[in-house]
Design a protein around this ligand. Structure first.
Ligand code: GDD
Ligand code: MN
Length: 377
């Protein structure tokens, strides 16, 4: 491989102990006379543990180490995207900064990409065959995480172009990319969660030539995994986004799912109060306000996580949200009544109801994005 053609992109969040050894290992391993390493780009989301200071120091010691610091925690996928778009090598390696990915695999992956003229080579954590004891366990994952990852892979395979059917690990965080042919798709990845690879394959529309190498996924030595419930939620939203032709914005899908769950909460509160002999009207009022408040809190944690409100702002936000919801209700009744009045056939009343719900939803989503969570246009 030619000198200076390889950029390595590492995303970090609270990896103060792991990042130094990782970067030094890369510099040593990919270095030497005519070594392929051009740069190591560390994309840090302003980790509170001082990861960025360690990377700055590394950059003073070796000018091939660059820090890209982002002020809001925008998540792993967009960190990888921004790192790749800043890279100047011909090829780029993406890997975890916590030492779970063995850098030895870089050589094999790059060689495969070059020999076969591929655009992308993925490191698969899933062994192709069972080991001597008949097990397919991944050393660095708990049994629960592994089965979650297997299920996610199963779902992912069904929503991606069939040409990618040969890849065993669509959730992997290790890959080598040929930047000239993948840059346009990388630009389109727009996602808060973890699954950069899945998103990239999803926007590439089956145009990439892909390959796979086995990856030895090791246990984490320091720090903790950042994969949490909210990231799993993002992933489910992504699947729906891809399955619905990537037309509806991801946030709107998340907002809609929360809204549907809110209907169950509404019904639950209503029936409980009725059982407790409350009047219809007071049960209904408490159920409406209760369900809307739950929706608000859940959206604050999931849908608008990057703009999460806390303390006093959380309370003011709730009042704004309830206001937005009441205007939505007026629009809902207004629109459905107007549609109904202009209908020739009585029996199609359900269409009028549906029109009201759609307008209500769009209004609530658009207005609360702006007014409550202040999402920029
Ligand atoms: N900049 C940035 N921002 N980096 C992040 C963020 C973030 O919000 N969240 C995680 N990272 C970095 C971590 O610091 C680490 O270097 C890497 O991304 C992977 O994060 P981990 O938290 O260690 O992930 P994991 O080990 O639980 O998950 C592994 O398996 C997943 C599939 O199950 C990783 O390989 C993932 O990439 C993979 O998708
Ligand atoms: Mn990890």
């Amino acid at each position: 491989m030619q000198q200076g053609t390889l950029s390595v992109v590492l995303a970090t969040y609270n990896e103060v102990e792991a990042v130094g050894p990782m970067v030094r290992q890369l510099l040593n391993q990919l270095d030497g006379e005519g070594g392929p390493l051009r740069e190591v780009i560390v994309v840090d989301d302003d980790s509170p543990d001082g990861t960025a200071d360690v990377v700055r120091q590394l950059g003073r010691e070796d000018p091939r180490v660059h820090l890209l610091l982002r002020c809001d925690r925008s998540g792993l996928s967009s960190a990888i995207r921004d790192g790749l778009l800043s890279a100047s090598g011909e090829l780029a390696v993406v890997m975890d900064a916590d030492g779970q990915h063995d850098p030895d695999v870089i050589h094999t992956a790059v060689a495969l990409l070059e020999q076969q003229g591929l655009d992308l080579v993925v490191g698969s954590r899933f062994p192709a065959d069972t080991d001597a004891s008949g097990s397919r366990r991944i050393a660095g994952l708990s049994a629960k995480r592994q089965s979650g990852s297997e299920r996610a892979n199963w779902l992912a395979r069904r929503s991606l172009p069939p040409v990618y059917g040969g890849l065993n690990d669509l959730m992997s965080g290790f890959m080598v990319l040929r930047l000239a042919t993948t840059r346009a798709a990388i630009r389109q990845v727009n996602l808060a969660g973890f699954k950069f690879l899945y998103e990239l394959l999803s926007v590439s529309k089956g145009m990439f030539k892909v390959g796979e190498v086995p990856l030895n996924f090791r246990s984490r030595q320091t720090g903790d995994s950042k994969l949490d419930q909210a990231i799993v939620w993002d992933w489910l939203v992504s699947l729906l986004h891809t399955a619905t032709g990537r037309i509806i914005p991801r946030r709107a899908i998340s907002f809609g799912l929360v809204g549907v769950a809110g209907m169950a909460i509404h019904a639950g509160i209503f029936f409980l109060l009725r059982i407790a002999s409350w009047s219809f009207l007071s049960s209904q009022i408490v159920a409406v306000v209760g369900a809307a408040s739950c929706n608000y809190l859940v959206n604050n944690i999931l849908t608008f996580r990057t703009r999460r409100l806390r303390g006093m702002a959380l309370l003011i936000g709730l009042l704004k949200f309830l206001m937005v919801c009441s205007l939505g209700l007026i629009a809902n009744i207004g629109v459905s009544t107007a549609v109904y009045a202009n209908m020739r056939e009585e029996g199609l009343g359900i269409v009028a109801v549906f029109a009201g719900i759609v307008v209500d939803f769009i209004w609530k989503y658009a207005a609360s994005s702006r007014v409550v969570w202040n999402v920029p246009y």
